[in-house]
Design a protein around this ligand. Structure first.
Ligand code: 6PG
Length: 467
């Protein structure tokens, strides 16, 4: 197939960065944005790369300016804007052209749109792009879904612009239609969990140890040289050390504690539950953002619902906090990969878990040194296909879970909320318990609804002697 000419719609922060990355790798690219002034600004500031960037007046002009076959990347907000852009493009494009959705689209929408676009004789790729604007500019991690042929046609450009981990491009064809966007959604679910657990560790140091952000920053900086080595721990150290230019206070102290969200964390939880999976750590993180937005209620509730006298404070050590985050991170990845496994079964995707871990090793928001070990674990012989049962992660969990236990207990006694770390610990304690408590649940179900139960000593369905 001839090399497609490249186009990009949605020249915001991410789009501008990706356009420069594509141009730097030798490709010409035609650009259009609803607010065309952003394209002017990009071209004017692009220096040596400016001759590779071509401006279009509108979508029809963009298509006309490109030679066939065309590949048009969409970096517009998920939802209606993607749909509207596709609907505008379909009648303008011709067979052999491809639309590439590089946004955080819901994978179900991607499945539907693939069908619609293919029915019009065009090709479609749903590509999850991670790494923020820095990643888009210098190398994102990319998770692609679509036909093998369509992916193969764009593999050279995607591999050129992708982040590299020891030379290996962090991009892969993960399956048909929605597979790439599903994996990106779960990536974001893990991102939510990891961010929340980090925030909880910060909260314990701030509220139980009375430490200032600027005093907590070096702790994260030090942790970044150990098993927690990762992009997000590095970011945390930097933002905690930052000062507000207006007041000189620690910047984080000037920020209202209401967290936004665009939906990918919530989708991970919804899809997990729909498939009968627990995403409890991710759910705790989504819930924490939801509750954070109830700022007024929290302001009213604090004096009303705080018992008289101080909550007992059992201090925790920095090494316990580090161990808690190591354990929580292993378990959040484990939950994420369990959800991927369930989706792979349900949608027949045959996801390659080792490859997914490999393409997350650089460029993306959840990149961490742990992912190399996760990839190795999946390439090896995994009991039950479960990460937590690999020799490596079993040892990590055994070494660190005590720290998580002490942090969660101490925080509970002090009344400091650590919902994601608690969820991680409960998930761990549940999954490692051979005989749980749902024997009673089954008895109750049989009592009020004659739902029957399995016996420990006989086959078949049974009822209890309740009446
Ligand atoms: C990434 C990020 C990016 C973005 C998400 C999460 O991988 O580069 O996940 O896609 O940060 O949209 O955003 P919210 O926190 O607003 O949901």
């Amino acid at each position: 197939m001839a090399q497609a000419s490249m186009g990009l719609i949605g020249v915001g922060t991410m789009g501008s960065a990706l356009a420069l990355n594509i141009a730097e790798n030798g490709y010409d690219i035609t650009l259009w944005n609803l607010d065309v002034s952003t394209v002017d600004a990009l071209v004017n500031s692009a220096g040596d790369l400016a001759p590779k960037l071509h401006k279009a007046a509108d979508i029809a002009d963009l298509v006309a300016k490109m030679s066939a076959p065309r590949a048009i990347i969409l970096l517009v907000p998920a939802g209606k804007p993607v749909e509207m852009t596709i609907d505008t493009l379909i009648p303008l494009l011709e067979p052999g052209d491809t639309i590439i959705d590089g946004g955080n689209s819901d994978f179900r929408e991607t499945i539907r749109r693939t069908e619609k676009v293919e029915a019009a004789g065009l090709a479609y790729l749903g590509v999850g792009v991670s790494g923020g604007s820095e990643g888009a500019r210098h190398g994102p991690s990319m998770m692609a879904g679509g036909t093998a042929e369509t992916y193969a046609a764009f593999a050279p450009v995607l591999e050129a612009i992708a982040a590299k981990f020891e030379g290996d491009p962090c991009v892969a064809h993960l399956g048909p239609d929605g597979a790439g966007h599903f994996v990106k959604t779960v990536h974001n679910g893990i991102e939510y969990a990891d961010m929340q657990m980090i925030a909880e560790a910060y909260g314990v140091m701030r509220d139980m140890q009375g430490r200032a952000a600027s005093d907590i920053a070096p702790v994260f900086k030090r942790w970044n040289d150990g098993p927690l080595d990762s992009y997000m721990i590095g970011v945390t150290a930097k933002v905690l050390a930052a000062k507000d230019p207006k007041t000189g206070a620690d910047m984080v102290d000037m920020i209202v504690d209401k967290a936004g969200q665009k939906g990918t964390g919530r989708w991970t939880v919804i899809e997990a539950i729909r498939m009968g999976q627990s995403a409890s750590i991710i759910e705790a993180a989504v819930g924490a953002r939801v509750l954070s937005s109830e700022k007024t209620t929290r302001d009213v509730a604090q004096p009303l619902l705080s018992p008289a006298g101080e909550d007992p404070v059992v201090q925790v050590s920095e090494s316990d906090l580090e161990a808690a985050l190591v354990t929580g991170r292993v378990l959040a990845y484990a939950q994420g990969f369990r959800i991927l496994l369930a989706a792979s079964d349900e949608f027949g995707w045959a996801l390659d878990y080792a490859r997914i871990a490999e393409i997350w090793r650089a460029g993306c928001i959840i990149r961490s040194s742990m992912l190399d070990d996760i990839a190795s674990a999946f390439r090896g012989d995994l009991p039950q296909g479960r990460l937590i049962l690999s020799d490596h992660f079993r040892a990590v969990l055994m070494d660190n879970v005590g720290g998580l236990r002490r942090v969660v207990s101490a925080a509970a006694l002090a009344g400091v909320p650590v919902p994601a770390l608690s969820a991680a610990l409960s998930w761990f304690d549940t999954i490692r318990k051979a005989r749980g408590f749902t024997d009673l649940t089954q008895a109750q179900r049989d009592y009020f609804g004659a739902h029957s139960f399995l016996r420990t000593d006989e086959d078949g369905h049974h009822h209890g002697p309740w009446r």
